[in-house]
Design a protein around this ligand. Structure first.
Ligand SMILES: NC(=O)c1ccc[n+]([C@@H]2O[C@H](COP(=O)([O-])OP(=O)(O)OC[C@H]3O[C@@H](n4cnc5c(N)ncnc54)[C@H](OP(=O)(O)O)[C@@H]3O)[C@@H](O)[C@H]2O)c1
Length: 347
């Protein structure tokens, strides 16, 4: 059985642990904690083995928190590590552990693909380049926004690519996740240099793409407004809906009024961690006029990348064909069932 360790237990790490713990092809070695806090207690209560840096052993002992060993012991036992550390720490982890210990690793979207602190030369998007990560030892899983954009753009390219001239995307990003303790600042902030444009272009190089990004005072998902300009008349709304009808991880909703409606519904229904794990096209605001099409979709920021990481493991480690990987990931996350439920709730 493949042995996997999750280095980091924050918003993403906790969700990864839930998913991989359900996966019978994986032996979850455990998770890493870097603070002796309530989350460490939670991890133990869920039955995970907790590994820590030696430097905080005293804190764990003082608080009578259980741990199973040091980080390096867990990595040594593993075949692959999913690094879910705080943005920007992946590079140091790679230098300190994964490279010298010759372990495969997956990094999250907050890490760099280029420059001095690059952790990998490829960003994975399961809809676009699933097959290209098969022989890689180090891969970045695209961030939630980047994953969502790939999931929307690739079907458009496959259906209408030769007629598309450019994409203009405005990302409206949540200020913090629901579980974060930090305050939500009463301001709308702009991003001088959104990384999303280059990230998406790394796996869809021919896209004439322009991305702007704003942070809004909300904890409830991201919203993407995408304008697509065509050479001639833009496709009709029905043509667009038909092309997304059977897309994995894309639901088509009709009556949500905002991102909170979708998140609150996911919590009310009892989806694990309150995640839909997908993007939701809001069909009532699709517009097609002359040569321009507008699509508005919300993107489950915390849940979106978890099945993506799972698919990435199917490719890198198990070398499964994409179709089989999608079937298996669907069994773990019940994405098709969730899509049906959401579409019924917001019909
Ligand atoms: N949140 C999202 O919606 C989202 C979506 C997509 C991608 N991402 C990306 O996923 C990554 C993690 O984000 P997050 O939201 O989960 O962050 P987070 O909630 O702040 O969690 C970060 C985790 O990193 C741990 N940590 C601290 N030092 C570490 C080290 N040296 N090595 C490994 N882990 C360390 C922290 O441990 P302690 O808890 O013990 O302090 C914490 O559990 C980032 O790259 C982010 O950009 C986030």
């Amino acid at each position: 059985m493949v042995k996997l360790f999750i280095n980091g237990y924050g918003n993403i790490g906790r969700r990864l642990a839930t998913a991989f713990n359900l996966d019978r092809e994986i032996n979850l070695i455990g998770i890493a904690k870097y603070n002796a806090d309530e989350r460490a207690k939670e991890a133990v209560s869920k039955g995970y083995k907790v590994f820590i840096p030696q430097s905080i052993e005293k804190d764990f002992n003082n608080k009578k928190l259980e741990f199973s060993g040091y980080i390096e012991d867990a990595i040594e036992q593993s075949d692959i590590v999913i690094d879910a550390s705080k943005e920007g720490l992946g590079f140091a982890n790679k230098q300190k552990f994964y490279l010298p210990m010759k372990k495969m690793a997956i990094f999250q979207g907050g890490e760099n693909r280029e420059g001095k602190y690059s952790v990998a030369d490829i960003i994975h998007n399961s809809r676009v380049n699933y097959d290209k990560v098969v022989d890689k030892s180090y891969v970045i899983q695209g961030s939630c926004n980047v994953s969502g954009m790939g999931r929307i753009m690739q079907p458009l390219i496959e259906n209408f690519g030769d007629r598309i001239i450019r994409y203009d995307v405005t990302l409206i990003r949540r200020w913090a996740d629901l579980e974060d303790s930090k305050d939500v600042k009463d301001s709308i902030e702009w991003d001088k240099n959104p990384h999303h444009q280059d990230d998406v272009k790394s796996f869809i190089p021919n896209a004439n793409l322009f991305v702007d990004s704003y942070k809004a005072p909300s904890r409830m998902m991201h919203l993407h407004q995408m304008y697509i300009r065509f050479k001639d008349k833009a496709p009709s709304k029905n043509e667009i809906l038909d092309s997304f009808e059977n897309e994995f991880g894309v639901s088509i909703l009709n009556s949500a009024k905002g991102t909170a409606d979708v998140r609150k519904k996911a919590l009310e229904i009892g989806f694990v961690h309150g995640d839909t794990n997908m993007v939701h096209i809001h069909q009532e605001v699709i517009r097609s006029q002359d040569d321009v099409l507008k699509i508005l979709y919300s993107d489950d920021q915390t849940g979106m990348v978890i099945p993506e990481n799972h698919l990435l493991v199917q490719s890198m480690v198990f070398k499964k064909p994409r179709r089989k990987a999608l079937e298996y990931t669907n069994r773990i996350f019940q994405l098709n069932k969730k899509k049906k439920i959401l579409e019924e709730e917001f019909k």
